[in-house]
Design a protein around this ligand. Structure first.
Ligand SMILES: [Zn+2]
Length: 387
């Protein structure tokens, strides 16, 4: 019997919360069942109807849903600077999840950009399938069902995001959304946006333009900087006032914090080793002095010794635990050179493997990433203790 997959996304036009992509596989028989149930483009259905129908779709059809929360979304956006690449990646993931469950040759997706983005992101298993991108693809029952699952997933995400700060977040990007955002910024500070909204939307610029005092604008700049260096160990601080200190200084003094939460692997005499988790590449480490300084020429001899000893130690540990075939080691001094955190110098150690792609390990689902992060942390921590 003829089988095909439909995919669709939800949330790309909503300021609050993240993005959800869903895929549904149908055959001729389930497709007609879906039609009988009244499955159609989710934009033409009420939220309550979406909820009821999504339960039925999940019962009848193989399906897959990928949710990208707002923090993760902002992280991806600041790295990729292109919504279509994020979408391409997420569509490819749901397609792969489905073709792993059962064979299928045809995928129909809504026309969101260039299908090259999906094709590029498809791995081995997904390579054989034929991809059709259509305008108004929602008239296809598989795509319509996917649009319902995606919308349902997004509504749940939106609720979850609102629960974090105890409000009901509105959909879309209209005036109601702007007013809510303005209120939340007043209440929690600008830093809150990075964990509840898509900060690249014009809405953020509008809020910024509305600030009155120079202090306000200074805070904004700081908030933007924090978005760029967003890291999980900061999440517990997100709702408190913005910390004055840089993330290296903060990590440097978290001596007694629980293991596995600060991603500090080793503390030497004058410097320490921390995992680079933004963006996360397998085994990417940083060595930084405890002292907050931006200038390499100001380091003391002891600091230089400690830093380089730790570079050696890191390479040893990585070789033993991850068996890379090579390394990139270096420093970026000053923003113009690409430093993410220019005020506190640090040495990057990036292990390299033959054929490693930068894109795939970086652009993974939040859950997958945090697991592999924690696993990598455990593995390397063990190495730093023993080697
Ligand atoms: Zn610092």
């Amino acid at each position: 019997m003829k089988k095909w997959i439909g995919t669709d996304e939800s949330g790309k036009g909503d300021y609050f919360s993240g993005l959800v992509v869903a895929g549904v596989m149908v055959d001729e028989s389930t497709a007609s069942k879906l039609k009988e149930l009244g499955v159609k483009d989710s934009k033409r259905l009420s939220d309550s109807r979406v909820k009821v129908l999504s339960d039925s779709i999940r019962e009848i059809c193989p399906h897959s849903v990928v949710s990208i929360g707002p923090e993760r979304y902002n992280e991806l956006y600041s790295r990729l600077r292109n919504l279509n690449r994020i979408l391409g990646w997420a569509h490819a993931r749901v397609i792969e999840n489905l073709v792993t469950q059962t064979s299928c040759e045809l995928v129909i997706a809504d026309k969101f950009g260039n299908k090259r983005y999906i094709e590029k992101a498809l791995m081995e298993k997904g390579k054989q399938i034929r991809l059709e991108q259509r305008e108004k693809a929602e008239s296809d029952p598989a795509v319509a069902a996917a649009s319902i699952l995606a919308r349902d997933g997004f509504l749940k995400e939106l609720k979850k995001t609102g629960d974090k700060i105890g409000v009901l977040l509105p959909k879309g990007a209209g005036i109601q959304v702007e007013e809510m955002a303005q209120d939340l910024v007043k209440k929690h500070g600008e830093g809150v946006l990075g964990s509840i909204a898509k900060v690249h939307f014009k809405t953020t610029q509008k809020l910024k333009a509305n600030c009155s005092s120079p202090q306000d604008s200074a805070n904004w700049e700081k908030a933007e900087r924090l978005d760029r260096i967003w890291a999980p160990w900061r999440t517990k601080y997100i709702f408190s006032p913005l910390a004055e200190e840089c993330i290296f200084c903060e990590a440097a003094k978290t001596e007694h914090r629980q293991p596995n939460t600060d991603f500090v692997l080793y503390r030497g005499e004058k410097a320490f080793v921390i995992m680079n988790i933004f963006p996360y590449n397998n085994g990417h480490l940083m060595v930084a002095p405890y002292r907050h300084t931006a200038n390499v020429e100001e380091l003391t001899q002891e600091e230089v010794d400690s830093l380089f000893k730790l570079v050696q130690k890191s390479v040893k540990v990585l070789k033993a635990k991850m068996r890379p075939q090579g390394f990139n080691i270096g420093m970026n001094l000053g923003k113009v050179a690409g430093a993410g955190i220019e005020e506190h110098l640090h040495i990057h150690i990036v292990p390299r493997w033959n054929g490693d792609t930068n894109f795939m390990p970086v652009v993974s689902e939040t859950k997958v990433i945090s697991q592999s992060l924690e696993e990598a942390y455990k593995l390397l921590k063990e190495g730093f203790t023993k080697i």
